[in-house]
Design a protein around this ligand. Sequence first.
Ligand code: HPA
Ligand code: ZN
Length: 343
Amino acid sequence: MTTDFDKLIDGLPKAELHLHIEGTLEPEMMLALARRNNVTLPYATAEDINAAYQFDGLQDFLDLYYAGMSVLIEERDFHDLTHAYLDKMAVQGLTHVEIFFDPQGHTDRGIAFETVLGGITSALEEGERELGITSKLIMCFLRHLPEEEAFGALTSACQHKEHIHGVGLDSGEAGNPPANFARVYAAARQEGFIPVAHAGEEGPAAYVTDALDILQVARVDHGNHALDDPALVARLVRAQTPLTMCPLSNLRLKGIPTLDQHPIKRALDAGLLATVNSDDPSYFGGYINDNYKAVSQAVGLSAREIITLAKNSFAASFLDDYEKQARIDAVDRYVEPFTRDAD
Ligand code: HPA
Ligand code: ZN
């Protein structure tokens, strides 16, 4: 069923701030790259792959996510992956994206850091030129691996500061607290990288507090469990620290039993700078607009709240203040015909 809100969402100018590029690998591309690179997969068809995407939790997903990466070998594979994502986004109102990549998921398989980065950045440059989508790149450390190995990724990133804006922390959260990465984050900040981290996805509110205090993050990825701690919510509201929430991801990884229990509305009501994002759209059954539509319907967001989410996506981005305002003004211009008759 298409609602008026769906029409509003379709072309609504927006930014995506929580997107793992490796999580955009569609089954068809996985099979095509496996053929191109002579990689053997445990699946014969896209249906087989989709059937395997039933997850009991984050770790269950991560096992398939890392296995899927095995088809990404050559620079052009990373280019094609990124290009395909941007092509899809050009018709979803997306005008800016801040993309995560997981270099350790590739360098540990013998793929050079520069192969990964070169393919992604050439596609991002093309995307800005041809589609008008601006971007920033955030390199994630894999938190299930030792901090020493994260230092290896940081050393590589330091050779390519012109292409990498920030550092993040992803992979299995439970038992891998932010404190384990205190030293590498201090070094990354010293080198000028903007810090963000996944926190409060499966882990407790205390991990969000530690991400703020120890890692000194500028933004919290997911942050769902921050809502369990009223003092933490007050702190996040006071500082307007953004949360990059991912409704369909939370549903598919069983962080919430049903989508109507997603905390996005509670977050907005509390005054948090919350945003909607897709995380790993190929694995979780929806790109950014699917997330906006599904969660709006499930928790009953108003048109005004949907517009706030789009504005928040720019306010929470790492664009400069002038660009943020220009993008927010573009939201106002776009929604004018939708809101003319409203209160
Ligand atoms: N959480 C943690 N690690 C990840 C995710 C996620 O949602 N996606 C890709 N790596
Ligand atoms: Zn994520």
